[in-house]
Design a protein around this ligand. Structure first.
Ligand code: SGN
Ligand code: CA
Length: 536
């Protein structure tokens, strides 16, 4: 009997050790997350999507070894609201961060807090843009507000500091240093690596500035759009490259050059301090010496050529200047993403790290004559999304389902085996990542933009988007609807809302939109509440 008892005890002991070992191994195997987000990075400027403008070999690696989402979009195409949606897994009318102006409500639960609680090491480096510090991260160094390209200031756990150099390189250095020195190999990590680039005003590094200022880029077909066949919002938006892009702040023309030239058409009122307080004037002597010859040559060519140019030529010139600087900024982001991916490889972190590349929204690169974002129209509504997860996601695959930044939190929580709060409003992308499309039921998404009246003057609107149609309701200042046939008119040049051939579609989509408003708890009462908030 005693012998049997001992045997039982031994068996029990072995079993408990092995189950314990199992558990440690499972914890050890929880994946790391490297979340890479840039600011205002248009999918048109990632060669995995379209190589017309720029080659981004490093960002492309994530898709080559993982999945490229061709229909990823945001819920509200502007910086801080997008970030709030990503972190809370909720639409902006629910988390309260409807625009860039009000501070983020820090009582809202964000997914890094859940990771931290679940035993993950968590860190954030780069741009947050919330007006307050992140919650749920063990370490952080964030840019105040929009941050600066050159010699940027950072808010840290231990106070403010300024770092000399170029912002994209610095954010990467901070991220790699943390992985190298602070990472606990016993714990999985969640790293939020968040670039400021390529946000306006577009200042590339000195090397890229010089390199890209020599280049010429193809123009989009709709550069000279006249906004016919669409409602008021497209006509009054202040984001036209010719009419609204600033000479000094954006195109790098010195205020003195303009003054010397006298009458420069179009006459765009510009705050001179933009340039004087901008990145160029933050350079130290040796940095200035690198930028100056390029700024000089841009100014010389402007002085010589501008007075003799037609309106079309001026638009083309400004478009080229825009692309040279914007794409120069992205080229640095791509180089730095390469540095991070190399670091993962060199440190045996590839297999167990989910790498995500995205932007806080899309951007216009001259389509419809525009820069900036905000609209539910394609270029600003869509956002890049590339995900690599070795052994789980098949290499070199694409997914065309309508996924949103709303879905990220739930995806990461599920991937890491952490409970998902029931009030999050997205869908986990895990079935899509695993190629189980039959488990994906969503066929349309909801969008709501608020920041108006404000910079760029994009009127308030909400809408529903499926792969086939986009129905939009503009409801502030003017009340009207638009409908786009996405298959027949992918460039969205003509609203067919009043075309009798589409009356059935309008009816059907109005019902679907109303259902989405109920599902996501949006309402006329909330619309009014946010209008009143502006009028205060
Ligand atoms: C700044 C830019 C705008 C841009 C907003 C919001 N102007 O105000 O062009 O739309 O940010 O961008 S600038 O004079 O500062 O360049 S967001 O990405 O933060 O939402
Ligand atoms: Ca942005």
């Amino acid at each position: 009997m005693n012998k049997n008892k001992n045997l039982l005890l031994i068996i029990f002991f072995i079993f408990s050790i092995s189950s314990c070992a199992d558990k440690t191994e499972r914890i050890g195997q929880r994946p790391n997350i490297l979340f890479i987000m840039s600011d205002d990075h248009a999918y048109q400027a990632i060669s995995a999507y379209d190589s017309t403008l720029l080659k981004t070999p490093n960002i492309d690696r994530i898709a080559d070894e993982g999945m490229l989402f061709t229909n990823a979009c945001v819920t509200n195409s502007i910086c801080a609201p997008s970030r709030a949606t990503i972190l809370t897994g909720k639409h902006t009318h629910i988390n309260g961060k409807i625009d860039n102006l009000s501070p983020f409500d820090t009582t809202q639960l964000t997914f890094p807090q859940l990771f931290q609680k679940a035993g993950y090491q968590t860190a954030m480096f780069g741009k947050l843009h919330f007006g307050n510090n992140p919650k749920g991260v063990d370490d952080f160094m964030i840019l105040p507000g929009q941050g600066r390209y050159i010699n940027p200031k950072f808010i840290t756990v231990d106070g403010d500091t300024t770092i000399i150099g170029y912002v994209t390189d610095i954010i990467t250095d901070l991220t790699i240093n943390w992985l190298d020195e602070k990472r606990d190999p016993e714990k999985p990590f969640l790293m939020m690596y968040l670039h400021k680039a390529p946000h306006r005003p577009w200042w590339p590094s000195p090397e890229k500035f010089k390199e890209f200022a020599q280049k010429e880029f193809p123009e989009p077909e709709t550069l000279f759009d006249d906004y016919e066949n669409r409602g008021t919002a497209a006509k009054i938006a202040e984001m036209n490259i010719f009419t609204h892009m600033l000479y000094s702040h954006d195109s790098k023309i010195r205020p003195e050059t303009i003054e010397e030239m006298g009458n420069v058409e179009p006459n765009i009122p510009e705050n001179e301090n933009y340039f004087k307080n901008g990145s160029y004037y933050r350079t130290n002597k040796s940095q200035r010496e690198l930028y100056k010859p390029v700024v000089d040559s841009i100014n010389d060519s402007f002085k010589k050529n501008w007075p003799n140019m037609t309106k079309e030529e001026k638009m083309r010139w400004k478009y080229q200047r825009y692309m040279q600087d914007y794409l120069g900024c992205i080229s640095s982001v791509d180089d730095n993403v390469g540095r991070i991916l190399d670091y993962l490889e060199e440190n045996n972190l590839v297999e167990n790290t989910i790498v995500v590349y995205t932007s806080d929204q899309g951007f216009y690169l001259g389509e419809h004559g525009w820069f900036d974002k905000r609209f539910i129209y394609n270029e600003s509504f869509k956002t890049p999304l590339l995900i690599r997860w070795p052994n789980e996601v098949k290499a070199n695959t694409t997914c065309d389902e309508m996924v949103q930044n709303l879905d990220f939190a739930q995806t990461f929580l599920e991937a890491c085996g952490i409970n998902i709060p029931s009030d999050m409003q997205g869908e986990s992308l895990i079935p899509l990542l695993k190629g189980q499309k039959d488990k994906w039921k969503r066929d349309a998404v909801y969008y709501h933009y608020y920041e108006y009246p404000a910079e760029h003057m994009v009127m308030r609107h909400y809408g529903i988007v499926s792969k086939d149609y986009k129905l939009i309701h503009f409801y502030y200042d003017e009340d009207y609807w638009e409908l786009y046939d996405r298959k027949k008119d992918p460039q969205e040049m003509k609203s067919v809302y009043s075309d009798p051939a589409y009356s059935k579609v309008v009816k059907e989509y109005k019902i679907k939109l109303a259902e989405l408003r109920v599902k996501y708890k949006d309402s006329e009462e909330l619309d009014q509440k946010f209008i009143d908030q502006y009028k205060k």
